[in-house]
Design a binder for this molecule. Structure first.
Ligand code: SF4
Length: 371
């Protein structure tokens, strides 16, 4: 299979979405959080958002449903008036918010509904599994999260859920899926915990346990596929394409540059988790600043002449292409996982790719073999 894969070569000049950091602040202090400045309220000036919008509004003419994803910190911690001012310069885009849900009330629901913002909220399942999501006093945020979700339901605002799994093993998955069926989300993403940023937890889980977790989740979803289940549906799509012999066509032809714009206007490409970190060798991972250089020029320059850590990462992707039978499914995974696990970008396998790519695909296939 080595050398067969043709997708994910080089970096696209036009992204399909940008990620905006309206504030570094988060009102929670979750045990597995990777964000370095979440206790500090550094807000994005409107001039940064306007500079980003100048490029994005052009991209939105080329890309259907171009998305602006407001991440954080906790984006709602920026406050309604400030977030409204940051959103105002964007035209023809879909706004998304990834939120911890604890600040959502009726006023926020009105704000979100008026702007047709797509909402993703973070919760890890029932109270005992969400226990790592805590406020600054160390108390569980669970009831506040449920209150926020209830407000969304009351206002008829659809929402997706993002669930971090810190102990993937058989017995967990069916219980989790049952919780989310009742929770009222239309879609669910499952993230096996990652060792990155300031989170140094050991994520070297046993492969057989993780694989059985994914197999059990597949069985639960197939028994009642009422909600979109991101990882399982992608793996099943890939398995179907492999059977049809079209698996090389599934990956995009180029890597999406995924520009993340920090609160002070720096642009970090490819892996938003690198934002806010500096390394003696790689610097601050930023490719430019939107207040100095137009965003589209920053992306185009990197796509034309990748250097530094990005060139090293691209050589890592090529090493994956040459060596790994899972490349057509995975595409080489994320730069941040390589950096935070290996200290550099040109390695291949990580805990992340074993847990969330290899064991995922094998678990889904285990389910198919048993079914
Ligand atoms: S990141 Fe891991 S699973 Fe993905 S292609 Fe590379 S080695 Fe394979």
């Amino acid at each position: 299979m080595a050398g067969f894969w043709t997708g994910m070569r080089g970096i696209a000049t036009v992204p399909s979405y940008v990620i905006m950091q309206p504030t570094t602040l988060c009102n929670l202090d979750c045990a597995y959080c990777y964000l370095p400045f979440r206790a500090h309220d550094r807000r994005m000036p409107v001039e940064v958002a306007s500079a980003v919008a100048a490029a994005v509004n052009e991209w939105a003419r080329l890309v259907p449903r171009f998305s602006v994803v407001w991440h954080g910190g906790e984006p709602l911690a920026a406050g309604r008036d400030h977030l409204a001012a940051l959103m105002a310069p964007f035209q023809g885009v879909e706004h998304h918010i990834q939120t911890n849900a604890t600040l959502i009330d009726d006023e926020w629901c009105t704000f979100l509904a008026e702007r047709e913002v797509r909402v993703g909220l973070s919760i890890d399942g029932p109270a005992d599994l969400t226990a790592q999501r805590v406020n600054r006093g160390g108390r569980p945020a669970y009831s506040q999260i449920l209150r926020g979700a209830a407000a969304l339901r009351r206002h008829g605002i659809p929402f997706a859920a993002l669930c971090v799994v810190s102990d993937p093993r058989p017995g967990q998955a069916a219980r989790l899926y049952e919780f989310f069926l009742e929770f009222g989300c239309y879609a669910l993403g499952i993230n096996v915990e990652e060792r990155e940023g300031v989170n140094r937890h050991d994520t070297g889980y046993r492969d057989d346990a993780v694989r059985a977790f994914w197999a059990e989740l597949t069985a639960a979803w197939r028994a009642d596929p009422r909600i979109e289940l991101r990882e399982i549906e992608w793996a099943l799509r890939y398995a179907g394409a492999a059977l049809a012999g079209t698996d090389d066509q599934l990956l995009p032809r180029h890597l999406d540059p995924i520009p993340l714009v920090t609160e002070d206007g720096r642009v970090v490409l490819l892996s938003p988790e690198l934002a806010g970190f500096t390394d003696p060798h790689y610097g601050d991972f930023a490719s430019g600043r939107v207040t100095d250089t137009p965003l589209h020029e920053i992306v185009a320059a990197v796509a034309a002449r990748p250097d530094g850590w990005i060139a090293e990462y691209l050589s890592g992707v090529e090493a994956c292409r040459a060596q790994c039978p899972y490349f057509g499914f995975c595409g080489g995974a994320h730069a941040a996982n390589r950096y935070f696990e290996h200290g550099r970008f040109d390695g291949t396998q990580t805990d992340h790719c074993r847990n969330s790519k290899i064991s995922l695909l094998e678990g889904v296939l285990d389910h198919a073999r048993q079914a």
